[in-house]
Design a binder for this molecule. Structure first.
Ligand code: HEM
Length: 151
């Protein structure tokens, strides 16, 4: 088995395809389309894929040049509680895994566990982006779950 989830998925191209499939599923979903309806970053899918790649054990391109974990949490903070949307986010990710043909185990269930954990993380600051501490370590995910940050 490859050492990282990133490698098992198939590296940068495969992560980008999964991010693109997720984004397409969101745009087609009656609940998920709303947050993506305003004009966002023109390279949104590429930036998303860079973050996902790094989180899954790939290169550190996101944190090297795009932002840190606190930045990403702040982008998702301050929207109140949104359990229905979080459930749709899980459903859209499941559909995206189907779209790109990720069925093998333990890859599929590892990605599902990472995704549920990440959706919860993004929902952890419902009141305000100002509540997110600065400089939070980048959350990496391994075959055994979250990797403890280096000290
Ligand atoms: C309920 C679930 C989620 C919603 C509604 C949501 C929504 C959004 C929106 C509206 C943007 C801005 C898009 C743009 O600039 O065009 C965004 C960006 C982003 N999201 Fe999410 N997201 C969700 C879950 C997640 C999860 C689970 C992750 C990580 C595993 C994630 C990682 C990111 C990243 C890395 C960016 C881009 C940051 C950047 O441009 O530097 N999101 N998200």
């Amino acid at each position: 088995m490859p050492a990282t989830v990133y490698d098992a998925l198939g590296g940068d191209d495969a992560v980008l395809a999964l991010a693109r499939a997720w984004h397409t599923r969101c745009l087609a979903d009656p609940v998920m389309a709303h947050p993506f309806s305003h004009p966002g970053h023109p390279q949104h899918v590429e930036r998303l894929a860079a973050y996902w790649a790094e989180a899954l054990g790939g290169p550190d391109a996101y944190s090297a040049s795009m932002g840190d974990h606190s930045h990403v949490l702040r982008m998702h903070a301050g929207n109140g509680e949104h359990e229905e949307m979080d459930a749709r986010a899980v459903a859209c990710f499941e559909a995206a895994l189907d779209d790109v043909g990720v069925q093998d185990e333990p890859l599929r269930s590892t990605l599902e566990a990472w995704w549920r954990w990440s959706v919860d993380a993004m929902a952890a600051y419902p009141a305000s982006a100002a509540d997110v501490p600065g400089g939070l370590p980048f959350p990496r995910w391994s075959w055994d779950g979250p990797v403890a940050p280096a000290r």
